[in-house]
Design a protein around this ligand. Structure first.
Ligand code: SF4
Length: 706
């Protein structure tokens, strides 16, 4: 329950859980009870909600909320807390330089929050050290898009899944992780008979519904798609005109692909598949012009995730199937505003408006717009490296906003040690978490329903989140907290925003900023949106392109590279970062449960969501369970090179022999020693910095350990 900000009327807002970005209508009753329903007019969901979205009304209570700032564990006034944060950051920067401080932010932040955090760190503190938990989610897609297209561009829209004749879901358990988008796909299949291929080592709920399940061995995605590229290059599906007029690097990519995947038999042997299944997939793809390849964490969360993304994109470039109805590569994001964070440059290696640090002219352009002479000139520390630096003293002041790295980061035990070692840790969040235990200063942030701003979903659709509740206790909006600290650090003029609408206007103006006649993005009228227009704002694509085919990008065969051509990237199969061995013979996969979100800080408080999986549960194949003497319901001790957890055993034929699955959600708050992050390897992709969370060699034995 909560206190209504405005009486009675239904608020039009969006769900805060996943990248589908469903529209939600929320109503607060006189007794404070919040009820929600899907917004029938929102173009992401047309009234649908999944189990998590439908339970949103049950998450607005004050149980576990941070209600007042704390300094050293004692309640403090906002003035005192903000003064301490600004003073300690200022002193650290003066003594040790701008790269001695860092922000670790979140795809939970609204675009306006993200914008001011990025502006403060990169523009005015002068360091690139702002990274986001989206690094764990989709950084490999960003890097792959930049290599292929010249910019981080998602060419497709959700309607493409409904207009396709073949949808390949690779590394995506959409049935659980993007449920409403998946429901749209299944509904369209009823109408047009869409074929669905699922590429996933695990038999997921998504695989249950597909026409063909390719249960590849972990880390063999590049081989599978290289084989597809070699197959396309030899056959009718090759779009020679498109390849010749709109791309570069085709011959090199095909040579690399053919060298290791010269036949479906080679691919089948390398990927652990039946040759007939590989042939069927290749023939289906080649014969179906309207093909969409959806990829998500199973591709991205890998030490070679960027190569996997490019192996997929290569196949779409070879067939010219990109940016047109029912066809294209399509990365779906995990978080509600991972895409908004990308738009404002909320990754350590991006600047703003999709610019990076590679071109000095881009840095100058943003510096000029912000009037920030001391703007950072080089990329900052990516997530895994940021916490290493916090642990070894290079980062001395760290502000974590709206995320729980003490549980979610790989090698989480080391992250917890780093938080303990770091001289000054600030955490702004909605609830107490495992991470807030390490905070020197705690700042209570406004939660969903209490804050206003915009989010951008996986199809680049911009929507409003709207406040309909009073903030709990003295909680404040993230943008306001950040601006209050910035002003205290001496940057009053640059952070004199009156509200999220003013921040949005500046973000939009920067994105449309002209430089020597060159415009960054055509965002239509968004830069001129007044407060009333911002309040009324209806979901719209970013960047805007009115007219037929709106929303799709790159369909005209022109790409934002230096020569205007898309780039094939020659990629080779590299395998996994750490292979199983005699000591740790099981490849552990981590991911989401159907009804939980992140580290359960909200969904873990809803009894009906907890009912589905009430405790951390390890899925293991029958053969492996037999070998270790494990029975259903036993307590398993799961150990990796980095740590151990305990989980209840569930024997499941959905797991391939030699593999197991553990949900990512459990934290110290909900079950001791249960977070999959404690096990995961911190090895990262060399291009994206994304860690390998999908393949962790482990030993699994029955508790108690002998
Ligand atoms: Fe929320 Fe995603 Fe479910 Fe939609 S599909 S209701 S955005 S969790």
């Amino acid at each position: 329950t909560g206190i209504p900000a405005t009486p009675a009327a239904e608020a039009r807002t969006t769900c805060p859980y996943c990248g589908v970005g469903c529209g939600v209508l929320a109503r607060v009753a006189a007794d404070g009870e919040v009820t929600v329903r899907g917004d029938p007019d929102h173009p992401a969901n047309f009234g649908r909600l999944c189990s998590k979205g439908a339970a949103l009304g049950e998450t607005t209570g004050h149980d576990g909320r941070l209600l007042a700032p704390e300094i050293g564990g004692r309640a403090a006034s906002w003035n005192a807390a903000l003064d301490v944060v600004a003073r300690r950051f200022r002193e650290t920067i003066d003594r040790h330089g701008p790269d001695s401080v860092a922000f670790y932010v979140s795809g939970q932040l609204l675009t306006e929050d993200y914008y001011v955090a990025n502006k403060l760190m990169k523009g005015f503190i002068g360091s690139g050290n702002i990274d986001t938990n989206s690094r764990l989610c989709m950084a490999s897609s960003v890097a792959g898009h930049r290599r292929a297209f010249g910019e981080d561009i998602v060419p497709g829209i959700y309607a493409d899944l409904e207009e396709a004749d073949l949808v390949v879901l690779t590394g995506s358990n959409a049935a659980w992780c993007h449920p409403v988008l998946y429901q749209r796909l299944l509904a369209a299949r009823e109408e047009r008979g869409t074929r669905i291929v699922v590429v996933d080592p695990r038999r997921t709920a998504t695989a249950d519904e597909c026409d063909l399940h390719l249960a590849i061995e972990p880390g063999t995605d590049v081989l599978l798609f290289n084989g597809l590229l070699a197959h396309i290059a030899e056959g009718r599906a090759l779009d020679r005109d498109f390849v010749a007029s709109a791309t570069s690097g085709f011959a090199e990519a095909v040579a690399a692909a053919s060298a290791e995947a010269s036949s479906p038999a080679d691919v089948a042997a390398g990927c652990g598949l039946a040759e007939a299944d590989v042939r069927l997939f290749y023939e289906l793809f080649a014969a179906t012009e309207r093909s969409v390849t959806v990829y998500s964490q199973g591709v991205n969360q890998s030490a070679h995730g960027t190569d996997k993304v490019n192996a997929i994109i290569n196949c779409h470039l070879a067939t010219g199937r990109i940016g047109r109805p029912g066809m294209g590569p399509f990365s779906v994001t995990g978080q509600p505003n991972a895409m908004g964070g990308r738009e404002v440059g909320g990754l350590a290696n991006q600047l703003a408006a999709h610019m990076g640090f590679e071109q000095p002219a881009d840095v100058d352009r943003v510096g000029r717009f912000w009037n920030a002479a001391g703007i950072a000139r080089h990329a900052g520390l990516k997530a895994v490296d940021m916490f290493r630096a916090a642990g070894d003293g290079r980062v001395k002041a760290l502000w974590i906003m709206g995320t729980n790295p003490a549980v979610s980061m790989p090698d989480a035990g080391r992250v917890r040690a780093a938080l303990k070692a770091c001289e000054f840790v600030v955490v702004s969040d909605v609830t107490r978490t495992d991470t807030t235990l390490h905070a020197d200063v705690l700042l209570p942030a406004a939660a969903w329903g209490e804050k206003s701003g915009t989010v951008t979903n996986s199809e680049r659709r911009l929507s409003r989140q709207r406040a309909f509740l009073q903030p709990a206790g003295s909680a404040r909006a993230d943008w306001r907290i950040i601006c209050d600290v910035a002003r205290r650090m001496g940057y009053a003029d640059a952070f004199a925003f009156e509200g999220p609408a003013a921040i949005f206007r500046e973000h939009a103006a920067l994105s449309a900023y002209e430089n020597d006649g060159e415009r960054l993005f055509d965002i239509g009228a968004l830069a001129g949106l007044d407060d009333a227009g911002y309040e009324r704002f209806e979901p719209a694509f970013w960047p805007q392109q009115p007219g037929e085919g709106a929303g799709r990008l790159l369909g005209d065969g022109r790409f934002p590279t230096a020569d205007g051509r898309a780039r094939f990237v020659a990629v080779r199969q590299e395998g996994v970062a750490l292979a199983v061995d005699g000591q740790r013979p099981i490849a552990l996969n981590t991911g989401r449960s159907r009804d939980q979100w992140h580290t359960m800080t909200r969904t873990g408080r809803v009894p009906r969501l907890m009912a589905n999986t009430p405790e951390p549960t390890l899925e293991i194949a029958p053969q492996d369970a037999r070998r270790e003497g494990l029975a259903d319901g036993d307590l398993a001790h799961v150990s990796s090179r980095y740590g151990f957890v305990r989980a209840k055993v569930s024997i499941s034929a959905r797991q391939k022999p030699g593999s197991a699955f553990l949900p990512m959600h459990w934290s110290g708050q909900f079950a001791a020693n249960a977070g999959a992050g404690s096990l995961a390897t911190p090895t990262t992709d060399p291009f994206s910095g994304q860690p390998e969370l999908k393949n962790v060699p482990v030993r699994i034995v029955r508790e108690p350990v002998a």
